[in-house]
Design a protein around this ligand. Structure first.
Ligand code: APR
Length: 238
């Protein structure tokens, strides 16, 4: 594929909550965001889970239940189409824990912060499809232990998943695109520098300026549904 006069084969796409905003899912730090309604230190840390598991189970059960009432949007669909391009290797890594990329048709999705639709047993370390609603009375289907199931979500202070693979993809990409992320949470916020150092073209798509916009070579400001679809059209035509 050609992009900005350059031959592009290996593409890394990083998505954040902003790509799911137009599907109706709250982001974290926008005006009506999740972290405006909840203190992340009371919800999204291992200490919070130990302190008040019922609150944490309620929070993630409610977010998972909401998935049934939303649909992937044009940006998710466009990225799924890009992943089908025969002459490109597109690695999609998301900070999002929703399943909208998969429901849009993306087959390979790297969930570096885990997934709402999975739960992890702290007794046997199995990762299982999440029950519709579970709590500390729920029993692991693998080891039959009661009360050891936790959301398979990477909380603050925990190591994101798949970092070796992500680092490898960033070290070899021709194009790095970040979509709908505020760039305030590492390691994801540092991906642009990793991609840029080794010569990749870096592009940010966001409805506004982010914390890391100045690290990108290119910035396209606007809603993901229009900017991502336009980018994919440009790449597939190139
Ligand atoms: N189109 C494009 N960008 C959008 C849109 C939209 N329709 N709506 C919102 N945005 C942008 C906002 O401008 C903001 O920069 O999406 C970004 C959302 O930022 P955050 O709410 O901070 O979400 P994210 O960057 O994904 O958060 C990263 O923080 O709390 C942790 O684990 C959580 O994965 C999350 C991480």
């Amino acid at each position: 594929m050609m992009f900005q006069g350059r031959f592009i084969k290996r593409v890394v796409i990083l998505t954040g909550a902003g790509i799911s905003a137009e599907s109706g899912l709250s982001t974290f730090r926008d005006a009506d965001g999740l972290w405006e309604q909840h203190d992340p230190m009371e919800i999204a840390t291992p200490e919070a889970f130990a302190r008040d598991p019922a609150l944490v189970y309620r929070f993630y059960n409610a977010r998972r239940k909401q998935l049934a009432s939303v649909q992937p949007n044009a940006a998710h669909l466009a990225l799924a189409q890009l992943q089908q391009a025969p002459d490109a290797e597109v690695f999609l890594v998301t900070q999002n824990v929703d399943d909208l990329h998969e429901r849009a048709g993306s087959e390979q999705v790297c969930h570096m912060h885990g997934e709402l639709q999975r739960m992890r047993c702290q007794a046997c370390d199995s990762v299982l499809p999440a029950l519709v609603s579970y709590d500390d009375a729920s029993i692991c289907a693998h080891c039959n232990t009661r009360g050891k199931l936790r959301p398979d979500i990477v909380w603050f202070g925990e190591m994101p998943y798949h970092m070796d693979l992500i680092d490898l993809k960033l070290a070899n990409c021709d194009l790095f695109v970040a979509v709908g992320t505020s760039g305030v949470v590492y390691p994801a916020a540092g991906f642009v520098r990793q991609a840029g150092i080794q010569g990749g073209t870096t592009l940010e798509i966001n409805k506004e300026i982010s914390e890391v916009s100045n690290h990108f070579q290119l910035h396209r400001q606007g809603p993901a549904t229009s900017e991502v679809t336009a980018l994919v059209r440009e790449l597939l035509a190139g």
